[in-house]
Design a protein around this ligand. Structure first.
Ligand SMILES: Cc1cc2nc3c(=O)[nH]c(=O)nc-3n(C[C@H](O)[C@H](O)[C@H](O)COP(=O)(O)O)c2cc1C
Length: 285
């Protein structure tokens, strides 16, 4: 499926993803109020990746029912990504997402460049437990906790699961920056942003591997997936599904169908009948 924030705001874009074979559609992170985001430039390519500081720009909760209504006919489960700053706010947005028809909610506990939100919550095991608990006790649809790279990731993941998260999404972008050496200032309008793409893939594989080893739970792997091989690595590390972000931006949404076809061929090659057979297989060796 697509990663949150990638073609996840407009019905036309989500339709393209559905046509490309995305198993589910993931929305951009919704906050309660509309957010206009950070000053430009909000994204810059770097070797092996992309730096962005979009600033969680989104039209706010009010626009969610309309978006879901428009894409209902596509027949794909919709995962609504949500971002807030308190457990109550997360619970309120999760309830609205459920009411609007979401199949699941993804808690963005990992945006690396939004003050008071995202990673500031996601690095604190107590806050993660409170937010996941508030959301999980408010809705009946599955709650997924999207975590970022933090020192105590395995502990934080455990708190989210303990609090009722049905599964985990690993990882978000990693805090990073680039500096323009002639302008002598940061390249991104916001200064610090998040790194995505091939550069973060090995870090994401490690995160999935370590969390799966501890909890054997359901994980969606995300970070630098760009072809069947990088997707397979995630699955062998313990992911049951993968999301694709930067590769959709750089190569177009058809990268998703290429990955699906490549994975089917790979499964045949290794004598597996379904993805299920190889989830976490790297742990057996
Ligand atoms: C332009 C851009 C916008 C993003 N917006 C969001 C967002 O709104 N919510 C979120 O949870 N993650 C967001 N992300 C992070 C991605 O969902 C994903 O976790 C990250 O980019 C790593 O995957 P990738 O290497 O395949 O891009 C964004 C990433 C990019 C590049």
């Amino acid at each position: 499926m697509n990663a949150s924030g990638i073609l996840g705001s407009r019905p036309e874009a989500l339709e393209r993803l559905a046509r490309a074979g995305s198993a589910a559609l993931v929305t951009k992170s919704f906050t309660r109020e509309p957010r206009s985001g950070y000053p430009t430039p909000i994204a810059v390519p770097i070797p092996q990746g992309l730096l962005n500081a979009v600033g969680l720009s989104n039209p706010g909760l009010e626009a969610l029912p309309g978006l879901l209504e428009r894409i209902r006919g596509l027949g794909k489960p919709v995962i609504v990504s949500i971002a807030g700053s308190t457990p109550e706010e997360f619970a309120e947005i999760a309830a609205a997402a459920e009411e609007a028809g979401a199949a699941a909610v993804e808690l963005n506990l990992s945006c690396p460049h939004a003050r008071g939100r995202g990673l500031e919550i996601g690095m604190d095991p107590v806050a993660v437990r409170e937010v996941a608990g508030a959301a999980a006790s408010t809705v009946t649809i599955p709650v997924l906790a999207k975590l970022g790279v933090v020192d105590r990731l395995v502990e934080v993941a455990g708190k989210a699961l303990e609090a009722g998260a049905r599964g985990l999404v690993l990882i978000n972008t990693i805090r990073a920056m680039a500096i323009d050496v002639y302008a002598m200032k940061p390249v991104l309008g916001h200064g610090v942003g998040g790194l995505s793409g091939p550069a973060i893939h090995p870090v994401a594989v490690r995160a999935v591997y370590e969390v799966y080893r501890e909890y054997r739970t359901d994980i969606i792997g995300v970070g630098g997936v760009e072809d069947w091989r990088t997707a397979a690595e995630m699955i062998l590390a313990g992911a049951r599904a993968v999301q694709v972000g930067t590769a959709v931006i750089t190569r177009g949404e058809t990268v998703i169908s290429e990955i699906v076809q490549g994975l089917q061929k790979y499964l045949q090659e290794v004598g597996a009948t379904s993805i299920q057979d190889v989830v976490g297989a790297a742990h057996k060796n």
